[in-house]
Ligand binder design. Structure first.
Ligand SMILES: *[C@@H]1O[C@H](CO)[C@@H](O)[C@H](O)[C@H]1NC(C)=O
Ligand SMILES: *[C@@H]1O[C@H](CO)[C@@H](O)[C@H](O)[C@H]1NC(C)=O
Length: 303
């Protein structure tokens, strides 16, 4: 898939997702910094005829142009709210660097380089660098992952819908929001039927939460031994760490969301509360009966 970004800056067509984007190497993909630290991003390409690298900052769906380098000369954009330096070289096999000299919370964004030839020709995006400037007092925390079985409601299938089940995976309690979610069935990657929130959401406790859903045919879900796994990759400041949860079919019922013991315990509790309810109703009934009897007898006394 090719995505075109048309920008007015420098009369350049920016291309992402093309095979030529593979010729652009941007590092690192993730970065955490404390306020006032220096952040350095590297970009190189492997095309002999290219000698130009452009830099962009993407935040809140806005793409802001930061400057460019042609061969060995840098031209940073003037009047930026960010103090940036562009260095190195834009020639083949060399590193061009973008340095943010003193980061602040508003520096948190995804930075992109794009490499190409001269003005008026396409420039191809690198994969981006997601920078988060850590908030003071917010420790880097990996997610807790839970998987929930299909809701009982969904089990009553609708008429014209082939029976499907939705598994829900929730990753929560993490900071910051450098995560990606993937699914596996019996150890193999699954892409079909997956819907993941486009971005993690901030919760009142200042950590993040993201949800992903996997829709599978009911037969598939109920098949004995089938295991569905939700894997969350979290960047912890040095590397990507994995957290996961899974659910396994056992004779038409799946365990993981609710185990058999838990189910029995629930049943026991349900029976108990039902019993209490019956006893309560009996006492209430007796009380009402007593009242009626009392009223009737006092009415008899009056008449
Ligand atoms: C660019 O710099 C990075 C980080 O120092 C290094 O890993 C990479 O090999 C360099 N690339 C080139 C083409 O010199
Ligand atoms: C990141 O995870 C690795 C592997 O679990 C661990 O060795 C390292 O200490 C972690 N880094 C941080 C900053 O938590």
């Amino acid at each position: 898939m090719i995505i075109l970004f048309l920008t007015m800056t420098l009369n350049t067509i920016l291309v992402s997702g093309s095979s030529l984007s593979d010729k652009v190497d941007q590092n690192p993909p993730n970065m955490y910094k404390n306020p006032e630290e220096k952040a350095k991003i590297y970009c190189s390409h492997s095309i002999a005829t290219w000698n130009r690298i452009l830099w962009y900052k993407q935040s809140d769906r806005q793409l802001q142009y930061l400057g460019n380098m042609v061969a060995g000369s840098a031209l940073p954009e003037s009047g930026l709210d960010e103090d940036v330096t562009i260095g190195g070289s834009a020639d083949e096999g060399r590193n061009c660097t973008l340095t943010i000299n003193s980061v602040s919370v508003s520096s948190s964004a995804v930075y992109f380089c794009a490499a190409g030839q001269t003005q008026g020709t396409p420039a191809y995006f690198g994969k981006g660098t997601k920078l988060t400037v850590l908030e003071t007092g917010q420790p880097v925390t990996p997610p807790t992952v839970k998987i929930f079985p299909p809701s009982a409601k969904e089990c009553r299938n609708k008429k014209d819908d082939i029976r499907k089940k939705t598994l829900v995976c929730v990753a929560s309690g993490f900071y910051p929001d450098h995560v990606s979610v993937s699914w596996e069935k019996n150890g193999n990657g699954v892409k079909d039927g997956v819907a993941t929130d486009s971005a993690a959401k901030r919760t009142p406790d200042k950590t993040y939460r993201i949800t992903s859903r996997l829709r599978v045919p009911a037969d598939d879900y109920n098949k004995l031994g089938n295991t569905f796994k939700c894997i969350v990759s979290f960047y912890n400041g040095t590397e990507n760490v994995l957290r996961h949860a899974s659910i396994k079919s056992i004779q038409g019922k799946s365990e993981g969301g609710m185990t058999k013991e838990k189910y029995l315990k629930h049943l026991q509790n349900a029976k108990l509360s039902y019993g209490v309810l019956i006893v309560k109703s009996c006492i209430y009934g007796a009380f009402i009966g007593f009242l009626v009897w009392k009223l009737q007898s006092s009415a008899r006394k009056y008449s």
